[in-house]
Design a protein. Sequence first.
Length: 241
Amino acid sequence: METITVHTTQNIDIDYEVGGLGERILAYLIDAGFFAALMIIGGIALSSVLGQSVKYFFIAIGLLLLFYDLLCETFFNGQTAGKYVMKIKVISLDGNRAKFSQYLLRWLFRMVDFSLSWWVCGVLTIALTDKGQRVGDLVAGTAVVRTVPRTKRDKVVFNHFDDTYTVVFTQVSQLSDSDIGLIHEVIQTYLKTGNTQVVYHMADKIRRHLQISLPPEMNSMQFLQTILKDYSHVTAQADAL
């Protein structure tokens, strides 16, 4: 699976899974289906009440459809309803929450990616760029990523034993499965919200609990990810004995 490594201003490196082309198309179809249903049901329900004025309803829906992506991504942290269902979102490649100007650029370049090129430009650039970016993403400095991993938590935390891996922190044997699950949840919370404080607090808590000094070349996120790998290796090794 393709991933994006984002280096944040807090010196935390985060790996995101790239939102796939199929997921993005399905998200679009979900949004389009919502508007189609709204127009059909609303039009039928209001035509008998508003008569000729029902045209204003369709004008309002048309305007909402035009600005839908821009408004949703701006106010709902990079997600439309379709993106929320498909568990994908727009992020900024600088590690911060995307700015309105970035969402605006993405929205403006929809004309290039989809309307003028009949989707050819958008689909090709998403499929061919290493970060799954359409032209609007390339210009805005954004990417579409998954908000949750494709694999289940137990597959991420407790992966198979690798005899070539060297444990960094042997103190991980003092942790429990619930501790490791909580660390994983903290990492996923950051991926969803961009709240770096949860990472700092969890890393500090684990360091104090295990009485570990953080190596100078390792930041808080890398520390938590190393703890997960170490615990996975130690438990897998114990099970193999």
